[in-house]
Ligand binder design. Structure first.
Ligand SMILES: Cc1cc2nc3c(=O)[nH]c(=O)nc-3n(C[C@H](O)[C@H](O)[C@H](O)COP(=O)(O)OP(=O)(O)OC[C@H]3O[C@@H](n4cnc5c(N)ncnc54)[C@H](O)[C@@H]3O)c2cc1C
Length: 538
């Protein structure tokens, strides 16, 4: 520059092993039986922390997907063009098994390793995680249908990504379409009609208001069959290799998640296959939804990790008023608090992922039923405020699109809406408490493993149990649902951190999140919290 020298700007955060530097994640992977995955996760960590992947992530979000409804001769084609960088990112995630590795090679810790790889990719590029997550989540549903499984499972479990639409391609990605204009949470209001064609085949006519990743090879779709709302597998190609009658009307112009296309679609007699029984559509698709809810937790957590790490990096390299920012107590407290949030969410997310492994018994299945809903609510709802605080650590730079946290800030609210918005999830927790008492028993038993170790947690557990006990008789239960779910989430996070985290982290979390200590905003740490030691883990 002719006018000045550039000083005191943080260097680019690149060339980092995003796995190795995420101590809480490494510890959790080891704790939940996935240490065998360390080498592969380090490889992914180095890849996503590298210049090329980061540049691809930037490009994929700058050059948004474009819909091409027709070819130049006027034939309907319904194709979405993505920047080549998006295909590279998605291809890398699929090659690493971030989509279906937990099902392709089931073993203790398989879902933990898969969760870690999914998060590493999503930390740097969130949009591609949508089709990756839906493909993972559809596996248990497809696997339960022998005829469809024979056709689709080998492709679902393949690690080969091919962005083209062709019958013989080795791998396949899946999407899901439930939401219609008149209702998304209330899918029973779906109007799309499924007319039987015989042999388990139906013709679908109607629309979907949101259908993400419309270039997927097939979708699980809800539609009204003669026997009621039912679940269907809708392939993009018909059996004869021609395009199914799926029209993409528009792409959504979204706040976040912009590298991933989300579309509005119409079905004009599209041929689909019944999955499960007629009239049991919600029950059939809920298995997929439960898995995607876990991935919403993982996706939000990936964002928290990115936000915390980028903020910590900046303040270690930036000085103001003569001192490095990280050494200034008000900033140390903010970074430590962002890290405490990330630690609690990491502990809970990995514990839950372990409960999805093939060896899960009844207790584990009951635990994950309630635990997934509770943590989906809490982690996804905490994400946006966490991202806002983290980007503020970068000062003005944080607001600019040159740094990754502006994009992250736009991304975080998306996962709170997806797969059940806040209220819907909170009401689902109430439903589980009322109708599936074993899910609370399993959840409570997990939390109680730390009973007697800290009076703040003991008091919190006792209060929460009491409210759960009274919830079924409480006429205002729905109005109080959010508070109850938040308290359940905090009890799980606190219990896990007491049992597994370094004592400074557990003590910091208890002081800052339970009882009197709960701050209204990030950075309001109570006295006695060892902020510098906690921030060091960021
Ligand atoms: C980026 C993006 C991608 C998406 N991709 C897909 C996709 O691929 N496939 C798909 O099917 N859907 C998709 N969706 C749709 C998403 O799942 C729905 O938007 C979501 O389920 C909410 O439905 P809705 O928009 O109809 O809102 P509504 O159901 O109308 O809800 C509006 C608000 O009311 C609240 N609410 C609802 N019921 C109650 C109640 N009983 N008590 C109190 N409050 C209540 C909700 O929490 C919400 O805050 C996507 C959404 C986004 C943002």
């Amino acid at each position: 520059m002719s006018t000045h020298q550039v000083t005191n700007q943080a260097p680019e955060r690149v060339g980092v092993d995003e796995y190795g530097t995420n101590t809480a994640l490494v510890e959790g992977v080891e704790r939940y039986d996935a240490a065998w995955a360390h080498p592969g996760l380090h490889e992914i960590g180095v890849r996503v922390g590298g210049e090329q992947f980061q540049e691809d992530a930037r490009r994929a979000n700058r050059n948004k997907p474009v819909l091409r409804t027709h070819d130049r001769w006027g034939h309907r084609i319904d194709e979405v063009d993505y920047d080549p960088s998006y295909h590279r990112v998605l291809g890398a995630a699929v090659a690493a098994g971030a989509h279906t590795s937990a099902f392709a090679a089931p073993r203790p810790g398989a879902n933990v390793a898969r969760a870690a790889s999914f998060m590493l990719f999503a930390q740097v590029e969130p949009g591609h995680a949508c089709p990756v997550s839906m493909t993972h989540s559809v596996v248990p549903v497809v696997a339960a249908q022998p005829e469809l499984a024979a056709q689709w499972m080998p492709r679902l479990l393949s690690t080969r990504y091919d962005s083209t639409l062709s019958a013989g391609k080795p791998g396949a990605l899946f999407g899901m379409a439930m939401t219609e204009k008149q209702g998304g949470s209330d899918v029973r209001s779906n109007t799309t009609v499924a007319a039987p064609l015989g042999g388990g085949r139906y013709a679908l006519t109607g629309h979907k208001w949101f259908c993400s990743a419309p270039m997927s090879d097939a979708f699980l779709v809800l539609a009204q069959a003669p026997g009621g709302l039912s679940c269907f597998l809708l392939p993009r190609l018909r059996e004869d290799g021609t395009r199914n009658e799926i029209r993409i009307m528009r792409l959504k112009d979204k706040l976040g998640n912009v590298s991933n296309a989300s579309s509005e679609v119409e079905y004009e007699g599209a041929v689909a296959h019944l999955v499960g029984e007629e009239g049991r559509g919600v029950r059939t698709i809920i298995e997929m939804v439960t898995h995607t809810r876990l991935d919403c937790i993982l996706g939000s957590l990936a964002g928290m990790r990115q936000a915390t790490a980028e903020a910590a990096w900046h303040v270690r390299h930036r000085s103001a008023f003569g001192r490095t920012l990280i050494d200034q107590p008000a900033m140390t407290a903010v970074i430590a608090d962002l890290q405490l949030e990330t630690e609690g969410a990491t502990a809970a997310a990995l514990r839950l992922a372990r409960a999805y492994d093939a060896d899960a018994d009844e207790q584990e299945t009951a635990f994950r039923r309630l635990g997934t809903a509770v943590m989906k609510y809490w982690v996804c709802k905490r994400g946006p405020a966490h991202a806002a605080e983290a980007l503020e650590c970068l000062g003005g730079n944080g607001i600019t699109e040159d740094f990754p946290l502006a994009q992250r800030y736009r991304e975080q609210p998306v996962m709170a809406v997806w797969e059940g918005s806040g209220n819907v999830i909170a009401l689902d927790v109430l439903r589980a408490l009322a109708r599936e008492p074993q899910s609370f028993e399993a959840f409570d038993a997990e939390v109680a493993l730390a009973a007697g170790q800290d009076p703040r947690l003991d008091a919190h557990i006792a209060r929460t149990r009491d409210r759960v006990r009274r919830i079924t008789e409480d006429p205002a239960a729905e109005a109080r649902a959010r508070r109850l779910v938040a308290d359940l989430a905090l009890s799980l996070e606190a219990s896990l951190l007491i049992r597994t985290a370094p004592s400074v982290v557990a003590e910091g979390f208890l002081a800052a999140r339970l009882g009197e200590g709960m701050g209204r905003l990030f950075g309001e740490l109570p006295e006695g919290v060892e902020a510098a030691a906690i921030a060091a883990r960021a």
